[in-house]
Design a protein around this ligand. Structure first.
Ligand SMILES: *[C@@H]1O[C@H](CO)[C@@H](O)[C@H](O)[C@H]1NC(C)=O
Ligand SMILES: *[C@@H]1O[C@H](CO)[C@@H](O)[C@H](O)[C@H]1NC(C)=O
Ligand SMILES: *[C@@H]1O[C@H](CO)[C@@H](O)[C@H](O)[C@H]1NC(C)=O
Ligand SMILES: *[C@@H]1O[C@H](CO)[C@@H](O)[C@H](O)[C@H]1NC(C)=O
Ligand SMILES: *[C@@H]1O[C@H](CO)[C@@H](O)[C@H](O)[C@H]1NC(C)=O
Ligand SMILES: *[C@@H]1O[C@H](CO)[C@@H](O)[C@H](O)[C@H]1NC(C)=O
Ligand SMILES: *[C@@H]1O[C@H](CO)[C@@H](O)[C@H](O)[C@H]1NC(C)=O
Length: 456
């Protein structure tokens, strides 16, 4: 199917069918949407309409939003992923905006409701409207201008500029991107990406319930990065990725500079989280970044007490913490790291901690609230089964909140990394045999590659 011509003819249709003065970027209660017709945002970047699955069931119809100005159908949002509709023999599926300000998608031939928004509008009005903004956000607006619902709050597999990926503290609920099942099949696939519900301070990419990648826990910077991708000699995409935290929620968001190419984060059906931009000269999506580029970064790849050293270039590799050795030397030497590392010498309760800077701290930590660094060290030090701790003062990142972050680990250290100098890195204080707790002095010779990371 040629989607560009579908969009064009639909735009002509809308102009022909609409009463004078009505705009084609919105739905009102008296103007429903059916297959073959699209709503195009004012500015022409996005379209809302029905599209066919090109997967195993090509007669399945989905209601979605796609780039209107891109010839290759690129869907960024789908309403009825799990419940496709079909074009009936006597009638077509239909999207209606009700007087009570809800969008309702009904199937053909009998009109069973397969999807609807759940806006609890107090009053019913025929002048409510659903507008497709030029950012790709579909919003429902009450007659007084209040926004009642937005598609940006219900992401599918794509994260667009201006969209918030958030976690709400009270409910611990957060948004997730969920991959498509296949290239042409928008029904939910097995991969998902979102905030860790257990801690709310790190991001995960999962395959089903199994973690595939984990970000570093939040270290408290407000704006994480400002990356610039030079496209040509004269144009660039500047990405601001902000991590904002307030009393009710925390969220990440990215923005791009004006006039930049269409840009998106997408979780592909094959489980890759990619940052893509549309190159209109070559008519292709260019992948600028992918999480994560290295095999070594896969969740738990280096086994318990092993870590992925990303400072080893060009190919990061697994290492054992100092004071540890591979659990199975032969397998480790053959590149099978999953059994990890074990201590060379048993710990005693009196052993102290060595600071390792530039680290991605391990997973499975417990969070101790409101402490100083000294109290955090003491909390870990007095518990003989505490293996490590990491500390950050987040106060400067959060307005009007005194928040510190003391992470402690009991048992094996899983999914650790060494990042080197990076804004996202942490100092991990690791309990080491032969280290005097009281003075912090080393009584063991330590491997030379750690000499540079001591904080002393
Ligand atoms: C849906 O079916 C109706 C007839 O039932 C037909 O007129 C229309 O063209 C079909 N639409 C699409 C998009 O196939
Ligand atoms: C919506 O409101 C309009 C005007 O007030 C009215 O004509 C129409 O019947 C209402 N529709 C429904 C489904 O209640
Ligand atoms: C606008 O309308 C909504 C419901 O339609 C209502 O909840 C809200 O209080 C109204 N806001 C103002 C400022 O009147
Ligand atoms: C965009 O496409 C053009 C034409 O194929 C190519 O020369 C250019 O390098 C591409 N830009 C990027 C950033 O990939
Ligand atoms: C944190 O602890 C200090 C003293 O230990 C106390 O004064 C302060 O109120 C605590 N802050 C919070 C947010 O609990
Ligand atoms: C955290 O930092 C803020 C200022 O950035 C400071 O006022 C506060 O005392 C620090 N909290 C602790 C527990 O060190
Ligand atoms: C040490 O910490 C673990 C995990 O938090 C806890 O189960 C255990 O009771 C603690 N032991 C002591 C002696 O506090």
């Amino acid at each position: 199917m040629d989607w560009s011509s579908l969009t064009c003819s639909a735009a002509v249709l809308i102009i022909l069918l609409l009463p004078l003065g009505a705009s084609d970027d919105r739905l009102v209660p008296s103007k429903p949407l059916s297959p073959g017709i699209t709503v195009v945002s004012d500015g022409g970047d996005f379209a809302l309409g029905f599209f066919f699955s090109s997967g195993s069931t090509p007669s399945n119809l989905y209601l979605g939003i796609w780039y209107s100005s891109i010839p290759e159908l690129t869907v960024v949002w789908v309403a009825n992923r799990g419940t496709p509709v079909t074009n009936g023999t006597s009638s077509a599926p239909i999207l209606t905006l009700t007087n009570a300000s809800n969008l309702v998608l009904s199937d053909s031939d009998g009109g069973q409701v397969v999807w609807m928004t759940n806006v609890g509008a107090a009053s019913s009005s025929s002048s409510t409207e659903a507008v497709l903004l030029n950012t790709g956000n579909l919003i429902i607006r009450s007659p007084n201008g209040t926004m009642l619902w937005q598609s940006f709050d219900h992401p599918t597999d794509t994260f667009l500029p201006g969209m918030k990926m958030r976690i709400r503290y009270r409910t611990r609920a957060g948004e997730r991107l969920v991959s498509w099942k296949d290239a042409g099949d928008p029904s939910p696939g097995s991969f998902s990406y979102g905030c860790d519900p257990a801690t709310s301070i790190q991001m995960f990419l999962w395959d089903g319930s199994r973690p595939v990648y984990r970000s570093t826990p939040w270290t408290g910077f407000r704006v994480k990065s400002e990356d610039e991708y030079l496209l040509t000699k004269t144009s660039a995409i500047i990405i601001n990725l902000a991590f904002v935290n307030n009393d009710e929620e925390s969220y990440t968001m990215f923005t791009v500079s004006d006039g930049a190419w269409h840009t998106r984060f997408v979780l592909t059906y094959s489980g890759k989280l990619q940052f893509q931009s549309w190159n209109s000269s070559s008519s292709t999506w260019v992948v600028f970044g992918q999480w994560s580029p290295h095999e070594c970064n896969r969740y738990g790849y280096c086994g318990p007490n092993g870590y992925c050293d990303e400072t080893v270039l060009p190919i990061p590799t697994c290492k054992c913490f100092d004071g540890f050795k591979p659990t199975r030397t032969e397998e480790w030497d053959n590149g099978e790291f999953w059994k990890g590392c074990q201590r060379k010498e048993a710990l005693r309760c009196s052993d102290g901690f060595v600071p390792l800077s530039g680290m991605k701290p391990p997973d499975r930590f417990a969070i101790v609230g409101n402490t100083s660094l000294r109290e955090c060290a003491a909390a870990c030090g007095r518990n003989c089964s505490c293996m490590a701790y990491a500390y950050a003062n987040l106060s400067s990142s959060i307005e009007n909140r005194d928040l510190t972050r003391c992470l402690v680990w009991v048992g094996e250290l899983v999914d650790t990394g060494r990042l080197g100098a990076s804004t996202a890195s942490d100092t991990l204080y690791l309990r080491l045999a032969g280290l005097d707790a009281a003075t912090g002095t080393k009584s063991l010779p330590l491997l030379s590659h750690y000499a540079s990371v001591y904080d002393i």
